[in-house]
Design a protein around this ligand. Structure first.
Ligand code: AMP
Length: 457
């Protein structure tokens, strides 16, 4: 008997007495996940359109990589000793025995795609952007979810400092255009060689103070001392003030690179603050690292809205050719909640026309007319499952329709339709065959008044 057959036999339910009927329990959300409901979609659309517009303007092309990647990609790419790989990955073995992880960030995946598709054969740099969900098993709290969305960009195959500045500019501009006054905190962490010396200096500084460190931070001191600089422990924050700064360990080339990034940012007017202890928690960064913070948010422990940096060594670590690259990732969930708390509105999708009907004949005609209007590009609304005209008019009002078309039995027989102007409260009877022309004419008459004066010139 093979295994499947055996399990099938075993799965046949035994005939027992029917259990007492119990109503099934509704399901909860998986911890740290949430629904993004229709009421919030106008914000998500606004952010997506802003991201797409900016990336188009800067010549970036959209890429989407799979949620599932081989676990090794992140262990090697992001780094074994990082918070993400040590504690936060959703990893599992598939039924086929593969070890996979739900991507916690996109940079390693995009480098994997660059290597996999031989993108070094394309003109360099390759400029990509993404808008995708990420998964990290963090302790859920405000602004921190286990599934969250990032909009990000990666520019691969160029080491010039102008790329770092452009990426900081795009991420800052994204927030600025949405109405968030942000500034860029920036630092350079140099090459792995500069960092090796700096790590020794950090260990020498913190070791005599180690009895003031938590167990977790003691481990960091041993394994990855730069992670101590990210610690939220007030004692470490206090000790950090006097700690050695990476800038004093930078080689000439990293220093010059950093100076040029800052000069470009000055030139384009991106506000920045030098942050000597900004290291970012991922191993792959080299030279420039930056994070974006909202200036108007008062909370001292405020969350970053985005971050990025250069990662010139990552492609080689992942088995590709040496390829300098840089990128950023913006936290969409956090930006949406920031806009909402600032009462910044997002435009709702509006309709021009509502198609109402009365009786079965009217409903059939209205169904076809809705399709005709849609094909002509006229934004229309309907409530075909409703019979009452009063209910349908309420729908039309709620949807903000400027006109309502009404088709009842009489209109079906006459081949006409009633067009009601919802603002003026007037109505007229028109030839049903000419409905598209009639509405286009009305819309053309109304729209110029709503345009800002400059667009009328
Ligand atoms: P990181 O590269 O880890 O700094 O992530 C970039 C941005 O993604 C952060 O600045 C946040 O805005 C956002 N982000 C990171 N982790 C989370 C999370 N668990 N929940 C919501 N947003 C997050």
């Amino acid at each position: 008997m093979n295994k499947i057959h055996k399990s099938n036999t075993w799965a046949v339910p035994k005939k027992t007495e029917a259990p007492a009927k119990k109503s099934p329990q509704p399901f909860n959300l998986v911890r740290g996940t949430r629904d993004i409901l229709p009421i919030d979609q106008s914000y998500w659309r606004k952010l997506y359109e802003e991201a797409e517009g900016l990336c188009d303007a800067y010549g970036l092309e959209r890429i989407e990589t799979p949620v599932l990647e081989e676990t090794g990609l992140f262990v090697r790419g992001v780094g074994k000793q990082t918070e993400i790989v040590e504690k936060e990955m959703f990893s599992f073995e598939t039924a086929g025995g593969d070890n996979v992880t739900m991507r916690p960030e996109a940079t390693a995946s995009i480098c994997r795609a660059y290597i996999y598709h031989g993108m070094w054969n394309q003109p360099q740099p390759v400029k990509l952007w993404y808008w995708s969900p990420m998964f990290r098993h963090e302790r859920p709290q405000s602004g921190r979810y286990r599934e969250f969305w990032q909009f990000g960009a990666e520019i691969l195959g160029e080491e010039d400092a102008v790329i770092d500045a452009q990426l900081a500019l795009i991420s800052w501009r994204f927030l600025k255009d949405l109405g968030i006054d942000a500034s860029v905190r920036i630092n350079s962490i140099g090459t792995p060689e500069c960092r090796a010396n700096y790590k020794n200096a950090l260990v020498a500084y913190f070791r005599p103070k180690r009895n003031r460190l938590s167990e977790d931070d003691k481990k960091k001191l041993l394994k990855n001392p730069m992670r101590l600089l990210d610690s939220k422990d007030p004692a470490v924050i206090e000790m950090k003030a006097e700690a050695p700064q990476i800038v004093d360990w930078l080689d000439e080339s990293s220093k010059n690179h950093f100076m040029r990034v800052l000069e470009y940012l000055d030139e384009v007017g991106v506000p920045y603050q030098l942050d000597p202890f900004l290291v970012r928690g991922l191993d792959y960064y080299t030279k420039t690292v930056f994070e974006l913070y909202d200036n108007a948010e008062e909370d001292v422990n405020k969350n970053a809205l985005g971050g990025g940096g250069r990662y010139d060594g990552l492609m080689e670590i992942l088995g590709g050719r040496p390829t300098p690259a840089a990128g950023f990732g913006m936290g969409i969930d956090r930006i949406v909640s920031r806009l909402k708390s600032m009462n910044i509105a997002a435009p709702q999708r509006k309709i021009d026309v509502f198609v109402a009907q009365l009786g079965e004949g009217g409903r059939k005609k209205a169904l076809a007319m809705f399709e005709e209007l849609r094909l002509a590009g006229i934004k229309s609304g309907e409530a075909f499952a409703k019979g009452s005209i009063k209910t349908q008019m309420e729908f039309a009002n709620r949807a903000g329709a400027r006109w309502t078309i009404i088709i009842g039995q009489k209109e079906v027989l006459d081949g006409t339709a009633i067009v009601r102007d919802m603002d003026a409260g007037t109505q007229e009877i028109v030839d049903a065959r000419k409905i598209v022309q009639v509405l286009q004419k009305k819309m053309a008459q109304v729209q110029p008044e709503t345009l800002p004066p400059t667009e009328l010139l």
